[in-house]
Ligand binder design. Structure first.
Ligand code: BTN
Length: 257
């Protein structure tokens, strides 16, 4: 079980003061969307000890067994113009929290966190826009914390923080750390210089610049060299003599030059 009282003792900011904890949920994103529609405030966190229908990007399931990992969603009300940056501020907060437990994560565009080349964290952001007004954003994070056994289809592709660190990690402290960093970066968002922010991300990613990438998008495959992010979070890829920008897609293969 997750110790909610212990989490509150370790909390360093306001995100998560409203913590809606459930032993089991279908998906924390689904519940967070309902609560957002019911008017729950910014910084509300929905946390589940397990999920029965954890969702990943592109309709993939998210493996969500009890007692070992973190599955949570944060309700936010950012400016509509800032929505494209949400995956990146979330990724940076996860990377900083990994650093606090002594691990160097690697951002795989758009928003997977790898540790030692295997996926340890995933981010799923959902937004509701009506008449060009953002109603809410829900940031869902799945983090393999103390998981040590994986289903057959995930073996070799995913890892956990505990496996990479060689020690069990305190979930309550880790969540407090992630929410602290997320809130700190989120509050700075209106004043962030995107170029500086990208530089900070590039220092934590082997994929974003100077990397030979294969991008899969809508059934097409593009091969080129990554050249950083544009001002909307799109991945710039030099392909022969031109630069193409990707706002969606999957990097399937990547080799640092
Ligand atoms: C991905 O990498 O495909 C994104 C995975 C996101 C999983 C998290 S777990 C908490 C939240 N609730 C969900 O159903 N999904 C996200």
């Amino acid at each position: 079980m997750f110790d909610v009282a212990d989490f509150h003792l370790r909390q360093r900011g306001d995100f998560g003061r409203e913590l809606c904890y459930f032993d089991e949920l279908e998906s924390t994103n689904v519940t967070a969307e309902k609560l957002a529609k019911d008017g729950y405030p910014e910084g509300t966190v929905v946390l589940a000890n397990s999920q029965t229908q954890g969702r990943g990007r592109k309709g993939n399931p998210w493996f969500s067994p009890p007692d070992v990992n973190l599955y949570f969603s944060v309700i936010l009300h950012p400016q509509l113009a800032h929505v494209p940056y949400l995956p990146f501020i979330t990724a940076l907060s996860l990377l900083k929290a990994c650093e606090e437990v002594g691990l160097q994560g690697n951002l795989k565009w758009p928003n997977d966190i790898l540790i030692n080349e295997k996926k340890a964290c995933g981010i799923l952001i959902q937004t509701a826009v009506e008449e060009q007004t953002l109603q809410y954003a829900v940031i869902g994070c799945g983090i393999n914390v103390n998981l040590r056994e994986f289903p057959e289809d995930l073996k070799g592709k995913v890892t956990s923080i505990a496996l990479e660190k060689g020690a069990t990690v305190h979930r309550e402290s880790l969540l407090a750390s992630i929410l602290f960093h997320l809130e700190e970066i989120y509050r700075r968002m209106p004043a962030i210089d995107w170029k500086d922010f990208c530089a900070e991300l590039e220092r934590r990613s082997t994929f974003l610049r100077g990397c030979e990438v294969e991008v899969h998008q809508e059934g097409n495959t593009y091969v080129g060299t990554s050249a950083g992010l544009d001002s909307h979070g799109g991945l710039l890829v030099k392909i022969e003599n031109s630069v193409k920008v990707f706002y969606a897609g999957e990097i399937q293969a990547c080799r640092k030059k």
